[in-house]
Ligand binder design. Structure first.
Ligand code: FAQ
Length: 318
């Protein structure tokens, strides 16, 4: 293709983005648009899959049958989200095996938040309330992202995340109005999960390398800082409602801005976790790699069965 033809295609593509049209897998798209989507969608998929681990840790220890059923359903939903997202990513011409390989070899990132431990049952409440709460704020705008398969996957994911957030908030609410020890356990979980939940929404806009281009392509519809402020403004009144204290002495309502001012985020901690030095990075990765290796015989058996069925079909056709 000549340079002039490429320029023309780029112009037509930008016009479609400006008209808010969805870009579909077989449509022409700039290579950088494709690569950026593979990066973000695959990291999102990896996060959903790795995100099953901290909560999976509590399935056998949930304090009642009702809690166990809800937690099981939630963890299964996260697996489903990972699978839709891997499928959406495959439409961009990358194979599932390549994506898994990128995760297992540490080439692809996954969300920093899943590298923290779940020490008490209250951590399960905090994850649902805060982590799913932040995920919803991040993902609702993604329902109108420009790439069709990603946008459509997000619609169902967001509906399920709402249930996750409510089950987490309900756990926290019950602990907060329980015994003194239970309330202290809820407060301790909030203390430990608050700051990592703010970090989860990504570096500040000034430090974010991808935001500017991703906003132009309407991959991102809101910046990291906008999402973080929205999350804080939404969550502070919820904490007040259940009598818990946000662990930030600088948190203060700003009448003029109509938003909360908040304290400094420890970005060194964030980058340490992103670079693989968080409290559970190694544990998370070895759990995923072991699951992949131990599941090899299942994949081989499924392939052998599929080949046999194909052979049978061919023999019948002859
Ligand atoms: C906002 C952001 C995460 C980052 O903005 P971007 O424009 O893409 O990047 P930006 O330039 O701002 O950053 C520079 C570099 O820093 C990286 N980095 C940034 N933040 C993080 C981080 N937190 N952790 C690790 N790395 C991070 C970033 O990749 C980039 O590095 P790269 O150049 O790639 O090597 C965006 O990708 C997004 O919206 N993704 C979709 C949503 C999604 O993935 N959600 C996941 C949670 S799903 C969930 O929770 C459901 C659930 C709940 C409960 C239980 C189980 C499951």
């Amino acid at each position: 293709m000549s340079e002039k033809e490429v320029k023309n295609l780029e112009r037509l593509f930008e016009d479609r983005i400006a008209r808010d049209e969805k870009i579909e897998p077989k449509d022409w798209m700039p290579e950088k648009y494709r690569q950026t989507h593979i990066r973000q969608i695959s990291q999102h998929a990896h996060s959903e899959i790795v995100g099953m681990l901290p909560e999976g840790n509590w399935i056998t220890r949930a304090p009642s049958l009702r809690r166990k059923v809800a937690l099981l359903a939630k963890v299964q939903d996260e697996a489903g989200h990972g699978l839709y997202l891997y499928s959406a990513c495959e439409t961009l011409g990358v194979s599932r095996d390549e994506l898994y390989d990128q995760l297992h070899t540490g080439k692809a990132k996954y969300s920093s938040i899943f590298n923290y431990p779940t020490i008490t049952w209250a951590d399960i409440g905090a994850i649902g309330w805060l982590v799913d709460g932040a995920a919803i704020i991040n993902q609702v705008p993604l329902c109108s992202t420009s790439y069709g398969p990603y946008a459509r996957a997000m619609i169902r994911v967001c509906k399920e995340e709402s249930f996750h957030q409510r089950q987490g908030f309900e756990i926290m609410m019950n602990l907060a109005k329980g015994s003194k020890e239970q309330k202290a356990m809820a407060q301790d979980a909030l203390n430990r999960w608050w700051w990592p939940s703010l970090m989860m929404l990504g570096p500040t806009d000034a430090e974010s390398v991808h935001t500017e281009q991703s906003m132009k392509w309407k991959l991102k519809r809101k910046t990291n800082d906008e999402l973080r402020q929205q999350f804080i403004d939404q969550t502070v009144p919820q904490a007040e409602l259940i009598g818990l204290t946000i662990p930030d002495s600088d948190l203060k309502w700003n009448e003029e801005r109509g938003s909360y001012d908040f304290g400094a985020i420890d970005w060194d901690e964030f980058w340490q976790v992103v670079k693989g030095h968080g409290p559970c990075n190694q544990e998370r990765m070895s759990a995923r790699v072991n699951a992949w290796e131990n599941g090899e015989w299942v994949r081989d058996a499924a392939m052998a069965y599929a080949e046999k069925q194909e052979d049978k079909k061919l023999k019948k056709a002859i």
